[in-house]
Design a protein around this ligand. Structure first.
Ligand SMILES: [Zn+2]
Length: 253
């Protein structure tokens, strides 16, 4: 991988062997993180953005001997839109299979939610983005590899273990690099509000998934949105969520 910067997109190095692709036209508050983990045999793109503008993949990922694989933390619109570019291998949960094979505005939650978000970063109005039709032209990107609890993705010298962390959505996965103590958690744990009001969200499941995540040996959380966080910050996010749900009468007991 290498750095990249244009008016619309940026790829920056976050750690040795870890890169972040950003869609600059999306407001930071709701922009999706696209993490790129390098291995010796393949690189892995974790999640595939909002796709307000199609990614110039041949520029962002210049052809090389090393394949670029993809994985999704879950099949919401803002994490799968550009998945179709990555043809070689696509990893995801069994419950994501039918969605990415035939993505619609409804099954990806693009509608009715997108028009309620101020998606576009000021300065990018010329893109003329139409939130009300977002999701009508998603392109199919069938999974090649269904993964779940206990599976792992071997990139050569780098292995990501898969654990199932449902609650934000039924198909939510977390990918863990145990040697570097990194967790890619999607939207079930991130530095901010955990969305739990979608039709298929389950607040109690989120509490359970948080408990499982906190039982892992990790130092960094790379969520689906917002800045990465360390363990103390992750613990505080989880504690806050527990307190909020307790007020709603929802606990794990
Ligand atoms: Zn989501």
């Amino acid at each position: 991988m290498g750095s990249y910067d244009s008016d619309l997109f940026q790829i920056e190095q976050v750690e040795d062997g870890l890169w972040l692709l950003s869609e600059k036209m999306v407001r930071y508050a709701i922009r999706s993180n696209v993490w790129i983990v390098e291995g010796q045999d393949a690189d892995l793109v974790i999640d595939a953005g909002w796709g307000v503008v199609d990614w110039p993949v041949e520029v962002l990922f210049p052809a090389s001997d090393k394949p670029v694989w993809s994985a999704i933390t879950h099949a919401h619109c803002d994490h799968i839109n550009q998945l179709f570019h990555f043809k070689e291998r696509r990893f995801g949960h069994a419950d994501a299979r039918d969605i990415v094979a035939a993505p619609t505005a409804k099954n990806t939650n693009a509608q009715p939610w997108t028009p309620q978000l101020k998606l576009i970063e000021p300065g990018f109005e010329a893109l003329d983005f139409d939130a009300s039709s977002y999701g009508e032209d998603f392109r199919p990107a069938p999974l090649t590899d269904i993964v779940g609890e206990g599976d792992s993705i071997d990139l050569g010298g780098v292995v990501l273990d898969v654990i199932e962390t449902p609650g934000h959505s039924p198909d939510s996965l977390t990918f863990i690099d145990r040697s570097r103590k990194w967790m890619f958690t999607g939207d079930v744990l991130l530095n901010g509000y955990i969305v739990d009001v979608l039709h298929h969200s389950d607040k109690r499941q989120i509490l359970g998934s948080h408990q499982r995540l906190m039982n892992q040996d990790f130092e960094r959380v790379y969520g689906g949105h917002q800045h990465p966080i360390d363990r103390p910050k992750a613990e505080s996010v989880v504690a806050r969520y527990i307190a909020h749900k307790a007020k709603e009468g929802i606990t794990l007991e």
